[in-house]
Design a protein around this ligand. Structure first.
Ligand code: GCU
Length: 669
């Protein structure tokens, strides 16, 4: 039965006309990484062709050759390999010493591994095999929010993949398959544990466990990183303080870091959530985020490690607008961070909502490398159940033009370092991976993992293209089928926006679980936890005024970007209530009043899900029974819950505005 375990690396036989006919596979070299490449090529090509493909020590006509750019036979071809850098690859049909072969070449074993996966992807998607590619972003990392007790913060695909009890002795074969999947999309690092970190992750037993995982991942080019708890020197070090300027604290971190590198020589670095949502941090000692980050950076610099310091902060000073706090705290620190620190910024200023305008820090800290943090797991988009393809969301954020250095100052160019000339660049994705047989809780959630890797490799990637690749690899390359699946995916995220939080509404979910609707919630301890804080609905109107007459958060953007946002008429409708408080009677460009438009959008969300469900049902003859049935069931749940969101939200707004349901907007039964 198809249970989704194979992800997009399914390698089922292709139709005869498309099946590769490969003489043999020749991999020049035998490092562990090249052995991984050889094993994958053999597995993939044997699967796709339906016959076992052999490994051969020397090139055979019609074969595949994997060889480094410095191999004399490759050098003789004078291919443009210099541009590939350390991680890129080139795949091309050539005559190698007179023998016609498909060549995979690169400047490193890692590039050869990526090139091997690329070749398989080209075959799986029915594309011409020629491809030249190099990643535009250096750190392409998953962030696991996994706890040491096996639970996963905001994870919906079962318990943690890491079996901390059986590690380090037993390395579950799943870890290898996890590494294969990641390598196939260019992910080169993984943060093993939750940003709400336990200090115990830095104790000797857990370092040994992390080292065992690193041993599995290494041959797939994946480095291990850890989230650390800022107060660890107190909790596991016996110190009285974690003050970053205290010499004993700095010395503790130096010794601890040395211990980490003794266990994991190629360890990547630390990720830190500090002074956010109750986590300890330098501000507990009246020190700045830079003081905290730089102290850790000094400890890890001798090992060439990195500190990823998160800008997701909101705490203590109870801001007039939560959306402003990260910028307020971090912008003044631009230029104050050590060279091996990168600041990790969520895509938007609140918290992974179905839609947020890009975070105002992007483009605003020219002297500081900033990395993107996306959430792959769908905390606010229906968790594992709802089908929400995140490609359009990644694309929308990355293509946003900050206008910080004139036109073309896109978020993608901040992230790839080209806007301000940074070599240290990165993108992190909060992982949606757990112990479920299908890894991510549903087949379509796998697509978001895949998309994250593709966008981290190339922030200028195109969402529909990525969806097409994934669909072909996951369901087979029949173009008509792929088109239909891409069609179902394409509008799915917008549907979630519509039925949960249309027109720039945000943070409307119920308390704690973040799954269902809760626009009425107003009694939580911190004001900015309450949905009513964001919608600010009353009898007259709705929305959060972030212009000069309100919190003036728009002033955190470049003036040219902020200017149109000062006026509802020149603010994109999709962000209207994010930036403005407007009367229910406000006239929209569509000619409808705001109230009518809002109800129209809620209905559109439900209608789209109903259409997705019908479109999926029509594919039954073309999809294996198990994967078909699970998705069909999930879509039924989603349709029911889209109605729940819509009906609960509209009923609540009516209780506030006293308006009748707009004519013709009566929800379908
Ligand atoms: C969200 C999420 C938390 C998480 C936090 C973070 O607020 O609900 O569970 O810890 O983001 O990113 O640190």
């Amino acid at each position: 039965a198809e249970d989704g375990y194979d992800l997009w690396l399914r390698y089922r036989p292709l139709p005869a006309a498309q099946a590769p006919r490969v003489g043999a596979i020749t991999v020049k070299g035998d490092s562990p990484m090249l052995q991984a490449a050889a094993t994958e090529l053999q597995r993939g090509l044997s699967g796709l062709s339906g016959t076992r493909v052999a490994l051969a020590p020397t090139a055979v006509a019609g074969g595949i050759v994997v060889a480094g750019a410095r191999d004399p036979a490759v050098t003789a071809l004078k291919l443009p390999t210099a541009a590939l850098g350390e991680e890129g690859y080139l795949v091309r049909a050539v005559r190698l010493s007179g023998i016609p072969v498909t060549l995979v070449t690169a400047n490193s074993d890692r590039g050869l591994l990526y090139g091997s996966f690329a070749l398989l992807r080209r075959l799986q998607t029915g594309s011409d095999v020629a491809e030249t590619s190099a990643p535009k972003v250096r750190l392409r990392l998953l962030n696991h929010w996994d706890n040491l007790d096996g639970s996963v913060e905001r994870g919906y695909a079962g318990q943690s993949l890491w079996d901390w009890w059986m590690l380090p002795d037993f390395a579950d074969p799943r870890y290898t398959d996890y590494a294969r999947a990641n390598a196939s999309i260019g992910i080169n690092g993984t943060v093993l544990n939750n940003v709400n970190a336990s200090a115990d992750s830095l104790t000797a037993p857990y370092l040994a466990k992390a080292a065992a995982l690193a041993d599995v991942f290494r041959r797939y080019g994946i480095k291990v990183y850890l989230s650390v708890r800022f107060s660890a020197p107190v909790e596991i070090g016996g110190l009285k303080t974690a003050d970053p300027l205290d010499p004993a604290v700095a010395a503790w971190w130096r010794a601890k870091t040395d211990e980490v590198y003794a266990a994991i020589p190629d360890f990547g670095g630390f990720l830190v959530k500090a002074n956010s949502e109750g986590q300890p941090g330098p501000r507990d000692y009246q020190r700045s985020h830079a003081d905290g980050a730089n102290m850790l950076a000094a400890a890890i610099a001798p090992h060439k490690g990195l500190i990823m310091w998160r800008a997701f902060v909101y705490a203590d000073d109870n801001p007039d607008d939560r959306a402003k706090q990260a910028y307020a705290d971090f912008k003044p620190l631009d230029g104050k961070f050590a060279a091996n620190v990168i600041v990790q910024v969520k895509n938007g200023a609140i918290d992974f909502q179905p839609r947020e305008p890009f975070h105002p820090l992007f483009g605003a800290m020219p002297q500081t490398p900033l990395m993107m943090e996306f959430q792959i797991t769908k905390e606010y988009l229906g968790m594992a159940t709802h089908l929400a393809w995140l490609g359009p969301m990644f694309e929308e954020t990355l293509r946003s033009d900050t206008l910080q250095k004139g036109k073309g100052s896109t978020v993608a160019r901040v992230v790839d370092g080209s806007l301000h000339g940074h070599a240290l660049t990165g993108m992190a994705g909060v992982a949606n991976v757990g112990r479920d047989r299908d890894w991510a809780g549903s087949t379509f959630n796998q697509a978001n993992w895949f998309a994250f890797g593709r966008f981290a490799w190339n922030p200028a990637a195109d969402s529909d293209t990525v969806a097409g690749e994934w669909a072909a690899m996951t369901f087979g390359p029949d173009p008509a089928l792929v088109d239909k699946i891409v069609g179902i995916m394409a509008g799915s995220r917008e549907a979630v926006v519509d039925y949960t939080s249309p027109l720039g509404l945000t943070h409307q979910m119920a308390t704690g679980h973040h799954y269902g609707p809760g626009p009425w919630v107003s009694d939580l301890k911190r004001p900015e936890w309450n949905p009513v804080y964001y919608a600010r609905a009353d009898r007259q109107g709705i929305g959060f005024d972030r212009t000069a007459s309100g919190s003036n958060a728009i002033a955190q953007y470049a003036p040219a970007f902020a200017r149109p946002l000062a006026d509802p008429a020149t603010t994109p409708a999709r962000d209207l209530l994010w930036f403005h408080h407007v009367p229910w009677t406000h006239r929209m460009a569509s000619g409808r009043t705001l109230w009518e438009e809002l109800v129209t959008r809620y209905n559109a969300g439900v209608t789209t899900v109903a259409a997705m469900r019908r479109d999926w049902a029509a594919l039954q003859p073309q999809i294996d029974a198990d994967r078909f049935a699970k998705t069909a069931t999930f879509l039924a749940v989603q349709e029911r819950e889209a109605r729940w969101w819509r009906d609960a939200s509209i009923a609540y707004w009516m209780s506030v505005n006293g308006l009748p349901l707009p004519a013709g907007a009566a929800p379908p039964a």
